[in-house]
Design a protein around this ligand. Structure first.
Ligand SMILES: [Zn+2]
Length: 342
């Protein structure tokens, strides 16, 4: 009996030692790659905040899940459980991330968007409560699309390409509220930044104010320089048809980590739809014409969070409280992605 207890104690000590050795330094990404310093675009890197410093010290404590286990990838056509979204937000509740990931090894990712299940709409999103540090050791890039003033100067659409595109386009705007897309993208990005930091991630922001001038290629190069484990570009869409609604995902046509792009796109879009009630039927679209993708060598996705040309979605996307819910949905999808990659 005493011998068994001795063996159990030895095993426990070994587990603790191995776990301590496995924990990464916050400035090293999940692949063990260390950020070179100085980077070429350090001017855009936010100064360390108390949350970032806390993340550094807390990494020694280890990380914990957010109370939900992401199931293994399942068919995009498989039935997806309706997310548990209650009418009354439970501030302290553990987020109910129970949906099945909507991506497969052979997903219908084509120029014709895949069709996925539409989540229930009309419910009040359940507030996200961050427990533990599920993103400890990760480096995540956020690019709130556009900026206060567009930049009509041009740059190659891809490294070595002779095709030139505008450095930064103006983006769309709310036809009913007048809200500018760059404002929505930034508001969501700042909420998301704070959530990711609270969860232990190192967050690389391409911009934290409207009045910047950073080209799409420069944004992608920043993510390369910082070796982000995942880059998320935040955008809203516009359509000539005011009846068009819904969120969808863009992924690069070519990327060194294309399977990671697909996995992240599916999980983030599904969580976003489940949490906000915005339709996600349009699925994932592959794009080879985006400067912000073509220059990026890291896993990267672009979420189009809804249509500002539709009256209902314009009012939602322009609403400050709803913008927080949008960030929460994206956050949940990012956590699921890194759980799936673990
Ligand atoms: Zn945009």
């Amino acid at each position: 009996m005493g011998r068994k207890i001795f063996i159990i104690v030895c095993l426990a000590i070994a587990v603790v030692v191995v776990a301590a050795m496995a924990l990464g330094d916050p400035i090293t990404n999940r692949a063990g790659e260390t950020t070179p310093a100085p980077a070429t675009l350090t001017a855009y890197i936010p100064a360390p905040t108390p949350a970032m410093r806390a993340a550094a010290t807390a990494s020694a404590r280890g990380s914990a899940g957010i109370g939900a286990t992401a199931p293994a990838a399942a068919s995009i056509a498989a039935a997806t459980p309706t997310p548990a979204i209650t009418a009354t937000p439970a501030i302290t509740a553990t987020p109910a991330i129970t949906a099945t990931p909507a991506i497969t090894e052979t997903p219908a990712i084509t120029e014709t968007p895949a069709v996925t299940q539409t989540p229930a709409t009309g419910a009040t999103p359940q507030a996200v409560s961050i427990t533990g540090r599920p993103l400890s050791g990760t480096v995540i890039g956020l690019d709130p699309g556009h900026q206060l003033k567009s930049n009509s100067e041009t740059e190659p659409v891809a490294p070595g390409s002779s095709e030139m595109k505008k450095k930064v386009s103006s983006g769309t705007y709310g036809r009913f509220t007048g809200t500018k897309e760059h404002e929505v993208n930034l508001n969501v990005g700042l909420h998301l930044r704070d959530m990711l930091k609270d969860a232990g991630a190192t967050v690389i922001m391409t911009r934290e104010t409207a009045g910047v001038n950073i080209s799409n290629a420069e944004r992608a190069i920043l993510f390369n320089d910082k070796l982000v484990d995942l880059g998320v570009r935040l955008h809203c869409n516009g359509s000539a048809d005011a009846s068009v609604t819904g969120a969808f995902m863009l992924i690069p046509k070519s990327n060194p980590r294309l399977s990671d792009c697909k996995l992240a796109a599916g999980l983030i879009l599904e969580s976003y739809g489940a949490h906000t009630g915005i339709g996600i039927e349009k699925g994932i679209t592959v794009r080879g014409d985006q400067t912000g993708f073509n220059w990026c060598e890291r896993p990267i996705v672009n979420i189009e969070m809804g249509h500002m040309t539709n009256e209902s979605e314009d009012y939602k996307l322009s609403d400050k409280a709803f913008q927080r819910a949008m960030a929460e949905g994206i956050y949940q999808g990012i956590v699921r992605y890194f759980e799936a990659k673990r």
